[in-house]
Design a binder for this molecule. Structure first.
Ligand code: FAD
Length: 305
């Protein structure tokens, strides 16, 4: 089996997610080849073949041209699987490649089992088990679902990739940060986050008071943000911020993979949940089985004293 991994750079810097792609293929035991549209100044630690297309020539993101580059590499390598991270890049580009090749596409793969793929669905409340009906397939993997597999050392054997047709109906206009000034969770040493388990917006001050007592910032899960209890600058996870504080306190948070991807590298994790089997328990150093609305004010009070 051969896998073509689509690595990503953003603004000239290789994304760490590249090593999650290697973690995924490590599970498959497959031969790997990599493709990167980027700069030669930020290549992965990877002792294999890497097709490099010069970002200066083809542009930071241009779906038509990036698709053509991938199809060119596919023609050279004939891979069985083409694998992207389920990032804004991957979820835009993967369907274009699958449609061009008339292949099955499996999105948001979170696990593998006996030749089948486990996909996240229904806002990650359920997993769906599927198998492609085509002999080859295009796959996107959920951030944080597979371990990072960074080789200790190794320089890729770079082969420059070219396409002659650079026509496109889309022009990349640049990146714009959506983060509000003043709240940069990525630099916080302590984060106390509210999940849906806090019950209602009126309970946010309970969690905010604990954050303040610990000298930390207030984080949140996506349902809390989607419900309008806090704004998006507080969101931790794959579609929020990725954080690594010294202390992370998860209040009424189940531990869905999209949330874990944003906080599991915290040094010390305390979770408060009334369900002793909540998945957050798997990454927590301390799991407090309690009603968050009753427990947190008592803890805050003790800390203040
Ligand atoms: P729930 O999963 O509903 O968990 C609530 C928890 O609270 C449960 O464990 C429950 O036992 C506990 N609880 C209930 N009442 C109490 C109580 N009184 N006391 C103590 N515990 C209590 N999510 C993110 O967080 N960040 C993201 O960036 C993100 N991106 C996503 C991207 C995509 C493409 C998708 C599909 C989903 C994304 N999600 C993200 C959503 C994610 O899948 C989960 O739905 C979400 O993280 C769950 O949030 P939660 O833990 O607050 O809620």
């Amino acid at each position: 089996m051969k896998t073509l991994l689509i690595a990503e750079q953003r603004q000239g810097k290789l994304l760490d997610s590249t090593y999650e792609l290697l973690g995924f293929t490590g599970r498959l035991n497959s031969e790997t080849v990599m493709l990167l549209v980027g700069s030669k100044d930020s290549l992965p630690v990877y002792p294999g073949k890497l097709y490099l297309a010069d970002v200066a020539k083809y542009g930071e993101y241009n779906p038509d041209v990036h698709k053509r580059l991938i199809l060119e590499a596919v023609q050279k390598e004939n891979p069985d699987l083409i694998v992207f991270l389920h990032s804004s890049y991957g979820w835009d580009l993967a369907p274009r490649v699958a449609a061009a090749m008339k292949l099955a596409q499996l999105s948001e793969v979170v696990d593998l089992a006996d030749g089948q793929y486990e996909l996240s669905c229904l806002n990650a409340k359920m997993h769906r088990i599927v198998a492609p009906k085509t002999s080859k397939a295009v796959v996107t993997i959920q951030a944080g679902a597979f371990p990072t597999a960074k080789p200790a050392q190794g320089t890729p054997q770079v082969e420059m990739l070219e396409v002659s047709d650079t026509a496109s109906k889309i022009e990349f206009g640049g990146y714009e940060t959506t983060q509000k000034e003043g709240l940069d969770l990525t630099r916080a040493e302590v984060i106390v986050s509210a999940g849906r388990g806090i019950g209602k917006k009126e309970n946010i001050p309970i969690v905010a008071a604990l954050a303040k007592a610990l000298g930390g910032e207030l984080g949140a899960t996506r349902p809390v943000v989607d419900a309008g209890w806090l704004d998006h600058s507080h969101q931790v996870g794959t579609t929020g911020q990725t954080v690594h504080p010294k202390l992370y306190v998860a209040c009424g948070i189940s531990g869905a993979i999209q949330h874990l991807a944003g906080m599991k590298k915290s040094d010390f994790i305390v979770a408060i949940n009334k369900d002793k089997d909540a998945p957050i328990g798997a990454v927590a150093d301390v799991l407090v089985i309690a009603d968050v609305v009753q427990f947190v004010p008592v803890l805050t009070d003790r800390l203040q004293k």
